[in-house]
Design a protein around this ligand. Structure first.
Ligand code: MN
Length: 492
């Protein structure tokens, strides 16, 4: 497929345009303490209750690097298949803002801790695209200005000040809002598998700056605009679509795109200018004299590499080797909790394909319906595993299995003893099934004649027998016996 056919193009009055998107994603490092102080990072605490002297930039206070945050950044870099830089430097990025007490942010500029890497994204239709990672650097978060607490004052909460962030920058490799969404979902999955960021966009622990430009297919890159600080995939999709269309309209009416920073107004679905974009030299970057360059040992990095968990791509391949379809495997690896739950079912003895079908067709559907996360569902992996095993062993029919799930869902209990105590076992005793079939046939001579002329009526008899046995007869056996008694050949 040609690039032009594959990429989603925007139709303008002068022909098709290609959208080019690059992302800068800030991921909050999962760590109990901040990047350069021991203050707590717990979300939702009282304002200014988690602020050390360093975070408040008191004179003479010195930053001390948190080794665990460095380890988390390295782990993330390895998960992004990226180059780990054994030598990196912390710089001061100078700007004035009320919620930035030091007047600068400690960040990394020319020498980030992680260099180039890649993320594979899964597109509808099973296609996979590669997105280049430019770099990952460590930096501090700023505090938070609160403008809605008082009619004529603004307040500042410094709890967030100094929390470690990993800024992950992609190459301009994304070609549509759908690809941007797929990238964010994949990145979120990766950091959650790694345990380096909780990926909670609602709480702001993952937020993205979105760079958008448009060009004629194959033309060089055009000037871009940056939409700041977005923490919802849905809004990011809307913002990219709006912004790309805006730029096409400007260019086609003879205007020029000026590099600027935009805000997305979710209420109107529009982007609007925030300020003209600063250049790097506006920040007067220089190495922080309070911090030595960060030097890592290869052996330490290797130790982290050897402890990495199985990541979504590898897990997907692993699940497909067990016989799952790529679709089923993808659904299961998309959320770490789903993959963990599935693996727990296998550990309890369920067969992979049967367990995947059961989860994707029955259990996850029910959770979705009531808006429950996998971890909060009422049925344990062991219980679902027992149900699946009972189906596989012909102890219960698929229909009874759904009833058993309903009972365990609302009342709890062990599926195996439930099936025993409530007499839900499938009737596999052929004698009993034959008896039930004969009764139905004897009671319906007119239908017997009709079925001989029209074999599809066999289904009616099967239904009657299932009803008569309370759904406990094995439907395959019932079908075979009905056909045999009516003298209808099997292959029909
Ligand atoms: Mn940043």
């Amino acid at each position: 497929m040609s690039t032009e056919a594959k990429n989603k193009l925007i139709q303008g009055s002068t022909g098709p345009w290609e959208v080019v998107v690059g992302l800068e994603v800030h991921c909050q490092v999962l760590s109990k303490a901040k990047l350069f102080s021991g203050a707590s990072t717990v979300f939702g605490a009282d304002p200014n209750s988690q602020v050390s002297f360093v975070d408040a930039a008191m004179p003479g206070m010195l930053p001390v690097i948190n080794r665990y945050c460095v380890e988390q950044a390295v782990r993330t870099g390895l998960g992004l298949k990226a180059k780990i830089n054994l030598f990196s430097v912390f710089d001061r990025k100078n700007y004035f803002y009320p919620d930035l007490p030091a007047g600068y942010q400690i960040s990394q500029y020319k020498n980030p801790i992680v260099g180039e890497g890649e993320v594979l994204i899964d597109l509808p239709g099973g296609e996979v695209a590669r997105v280049g990672i430019e770099r990952l650097h460590l930096e501090q978060d700023a505090g938070k200005s609160l403008h809605d607490q008082h009619p004529d004052h603004s307040f500042v909460d410094l709890n967030r000040s100094g929390i470690a962030l990993m800024e992950i920058v992609t190459k301009p490799d994304l070609r549509s809002s759908e690809e941007a969404a797929a990238f964010l979902k994949k990145l979120r999955a990766i950091v959650r598998y790694l345990g380096t960021c909780d990926g909670n966009m609602d709480e702001g622990s993952m937020r993205a700056d979105v760079n958008v430009s448009v060009r004629k297919p194959g033309a060089p890159l055009n000037t871009r605009c940056e939409i700041k600080n977005m923490n919802s995939v849905r809004f990011i999709v809307q913002a990219i679509e709006f912004e790309a269309r805006r730029q096409v309209d400007v260019l086609e009416s003879g205007g020029t795109i000026h590099q600027q920073t935009l805000l997305f107004d979710a209420k109107n679905g529009e982007t609007r200018p925030m300020r003209s974009k600063e250049e790097a030299h506006d920040y007067r970057y220089f190495p922080d004299p309070d911090l030595l360059p960060l030097e890592l040992e290869q052996a330490w990095v290797d130790g982290i590499a050897s402890s990495l968990p199985e990541l979504p791509d590898e897990k997907k391949n692993h699940f497909m080797e067990m016989g799952l379809s790529s679709y089923d495997a993808l659904v299961l690896v998309a959320e770490k909790e789903a993959a963990d739950y599935f693996e727990a079912m296998l550990k309890e003895g369920a067969e992979p394909k049967a367990a995947a079908n059961w989860l994707n067709n029955e259990y996850f559907g029910r959770l979705n319906k009531v808006g429950l996360a996998i971890g909060d569902g009422p049925v344990s992996a062991a219980a679902n595993s027992a149900i699946v095993q009972m189906i596989s062993a012909n102890v219960i029919s698929g229909k009874t299995a759904k009833d058993v799930l309903d009972i365990v869902w609302s009342e709890g209990g062990d599926p195996r003893s439930l099936v025993e105590s409530r007499g839900l076992k499938q009737v596999t005793d052929t004698g009993a099934i034959e008896e039930a079939v004969d009764k139905v046939i004897a009671a319906n001579p007119d239908k017997v004649a009709a079925a001989k002329a029209k074999p599809s009526l066999v289904g009616w008899f099967v239904g009657q027998v299932m009803k008569a046995t309370g759904g406990k007869a094995n439907p395959v056996s019932v079908n075979a016996i009905v056909k045999e008694r009516l003298g209808i050949p099997e292959e029909g």
